[in-house]
Design a protein around this ligand. Structure first.
Ligand SMILES: O=C([O-])CC(=O)C(=O)O
Ligand SMILES: [Mg+2]
Length: 225
């Protein structure tokens, strides 16, 4: 088994009850990212087509920016509730995943795919309605030669992802919650959402307290007027 060219066993995943609590809560990704000190949301990736809220556990893949052999292997290892998190080094020239693979993923019950690289077959992805996040689209197809790694720590959207981490996605993007921190983040996200709901209510009754802005500017020594 070689570094850079290996398939590791499935990692321990975020607890099933925690996963269910996050599924029921369906927090906006922005609230969860705020609950994590504004880290945690993957950078430069977007949802490729309208799709349901994404909740699942990370099955990680590392691959060359032009090759998807290990992604195909990972699809055969993945099952219901898994999210393939693919570190393709942010490659912009070759699609790593396309419509056929996403159809197969949907058939196998995967929760979604997150690709730090390109995808293709945009119309098909739209038709499938599976949550697929990527850096962009390229019609150029991938080679299938390897090497690569499965179930190792990866970097996706310039953010570390460990196999078994919790993955959440909505129209804004994807946030990854470290498995061991998930319950704490859930409580924080609940507080962030509660606070935002309070602000919404205050805006609607013209009661949003804006005094903090001038206090902050004064503390900054800002020349005002
Ligand atoms: O050729 C590939 O491996 C990727 C692709 O377009 C598909 O899955 O439809
Ligand atoms: Mg295709």
């Amino acid at each position: 088994m070689g570094v850079g060219n290996r398939v590791l066993p499935r990692a321990e995943s975020v607890a099933a009850e925690t996963l269910e609590r996050f599924r029921a809560a369906a927090f906006p990704v922005a609230n969860v990212a705020d609950a994590m000190g504004r880290f945690g949301a993957l950078r430069g990736l977007r949802r490729m087509a309208p799709a349901p809220y994404l909740v699942g556990t990370a099955l990680t893949v590392r691959t060359r920016p032009s090759d998807n052999l290990m992604v195909h292997k990972a699809l055969d290892l993945a099952g219901p509730g898994d999210v393939l998190v693919v570190d393709a080094c942010g490659g912009a020239d070759y699609a790593i995943v396309g419509g056929l693979m996403c159809r197969y993923a949907r058939r196998r019950g995967l929760a979604g795919l997150v690709v730090d690289g390109m995808v293709r077959d945009d119309d098909e992805l739209t038709e499938l309605g599976l949550p697929v996040y990527a850096a962009g689209i390229s019609p150029n197809g991938p080679y299938k030669d390897g090497p690569g790694e499965i179930n190792v720590p990866v970097s996706c959207g310039r953010t570390p992802v460990l196999p078994g981490d919790l993955v959440l996605g909505d129209a804004d993007g994807v946030v990854v919650v470290p498995r061991a921190d998930a319950e704490q983040v859930r409580r924080e996200a609940e507080a962030v959402r509660g606070n935002e709901r309070g602000v919404v209510a205050a805006i609607e009754r013209d009661g949003w307290d804006r005094a903090w802005i001038d206090r902050k500017l004064a503390a900054n020594g800002c020349a005002d007027g």
